[in-house]
Design a protein around this ligand. Structure first.
Ligand SMILES: Cc1ncc(COP(=O)(O)O)c(C=O)c1O
Length: 383
């Protein structure tokens, strides 16, 4: 096993001309961020401190929530939420089988079993299949707003109320995404969990996460849990974790959040342009949007025939095509002990063989979008 496989991946991605990774462009001029970091040295508050407080306040405004807490990562946001809700060994937590590994990982590391559910054609959990999987061990549902497309929260919340289950939103892709009533991600469940990994729509210079909640009691508990359970330097109320949002990352976040509306709108605009130009290709199936919902296109994905060939063809043409992800969660080694098997989740298995992602971020130009479209059309031999 390679100790740090990411270096190889970064080098390979760097050869692409139209890239998923836009960080060099984004941070070309980082004077303001360096100034904030420099001030951290002056203030000397290297853990938590004023930037974390300020960033949390800003996040609350943008996401229209009462409370936000900066933590180490999106994964920690989910894990800490579940731990704070008392999820433990022997419990079951319902989640989609199509997500990033962290969703299931955060559940499994509490000791609970991730109970996987198939996804619909929008790659979100199939809410119609949840009820059948509820047992007396089920304690929570972790829906994932995949690629920033809000799940059917109306139905999910109805089920959660009926069976008295907690809902922890994996909103790692979903900053500024909302439903048809303009309700923003992170406001549906007891907590919402956001990631600020460098390639997320709102990003920092390393790892970072945010937990949102409108529940004061839980907010207070999570505030203790992310910082060793400390009320103050000399009083420990409960044993917790060290999962504080890094102060330097909070400084980066404070600067970056100012652009989040522009970033989001650019992604949506690029996605619409791609949709409009790809919809006539019969080998391609676009992912449908629902009226009045706002999806924020953390990823731009579609389904296609000859997916692997198209993927290789685009990469040969220096377009950074990616597969998010070639295998659903239940088919990974990590899930083996839970006895899932191939064929169990038809849609997730089928879609993971057809799905492809192409770059959609705010630095992609119209010329580059046209180049991508022309290459895809050429591949399928359309004019
Ligand atoms: C759907 C989803 N959930 C959770 C996470 C975990 O976030 P982080 O990398 O900040 O731990 C990710 C990260 O990519 C994700 O895509």
């Amino acid at each position: 096993m390679k100790k740090n496989f990411l270096i190889k991946q970064y080098l390979s991605d760097k050869k692409m001309k139209i890239r998923h990774n836009y960080l060099s462009e984004q941070f070309k001029n980082s004077k303001k961020i360096f100034k904030l970091i420099n001030d951290t040295v002056k203030f000397n508050d290297f853990t938590l401190g004023r930037y974390v407080d300020l960033f949390e306040k800003e996040f609350c405004k943008y996401q229209k929530v009462k409370y936000a807490l900066g933590v180490g990562s999106g994964t920690d946001a989910i894990f800490l939420s579940l731990k704070a809700l008392g999820i433990k060994e022997g419990d079951e937590v319902i989640t989609p089988t199509y997500s990033f590994y962290a969703t299931a990982g955060a559940i499994a590391t509490t000791g609970a079993k991730p109970v996987f559910i198939d996804v619909k054609n929008d790659l979100n959990i199939d809410e119609e299949k949840i009820e059948k999987k509820i047992t007396n061990k089920t304690k929570a549902i972790v829906p994932v707003h995949w690629s920033g497309r809000i799940c059917n929260m109306k139905k999910i919340l109805k089920i959660s109320k009926k069976y008295n289950l907690h809902v922890v939103e994996d909103a790692c892709h979903a900053i500024l995404a909302h439903d048809d009533k303009k309700k923003l991600a992170g406001n549906f469940g007891i907590t919402g969990c956001f990631s600020m990994h460098p390639l997320k729509n709102l990003n920092v210079w390393g790892d970072g996460g945010i937990i949102t909640t409108n529940n004061k009691k839980l907010y207070k508990k999570l505030n203790l849990m992310r910082n060793h359970g400390l009320i103050n330097r000399d009083n420990c109320k409960l044993y917790g974790y060290n999962s504080r949002l890094d102060t330097i990352q909070a400084a980066v976040g404070l600067e970056m959040i100012k652009n989040i509306h522009y970033i989001t709108n650019s992604r949506i605009k690029n996605a619409m342009y791609l949709n409009n130009n790809l919809r006539t290709i019969k080998q391609i199936e676009l992912i449908k949007e629902r009226n009045k919902f706002k999806s924020v296109y953390h990823l731009y994905q579609f389904y296609c025939e000859k997916r692997d060939k198209l993927h290789n063809f685009l990469r040969k043409n220096k377009i950074d095509s990616k597969i998010h992800y070639p295998k659903p969660l239940h088919l990974h080694n990590a899930a083996k002990k839970f006895n899932y098997h191939k064929g169990q989740f038809y849609n997730a298995e089928k879609l993971s063989k057809k799905v492809i992602s192409i770059p959609v971020h705010e630095f992609i130009t119209k010329k580059q979008l046209d180049f991508i479209i022309s290459k895809i059309k050429y591949f399928y031999k359309q004019k």
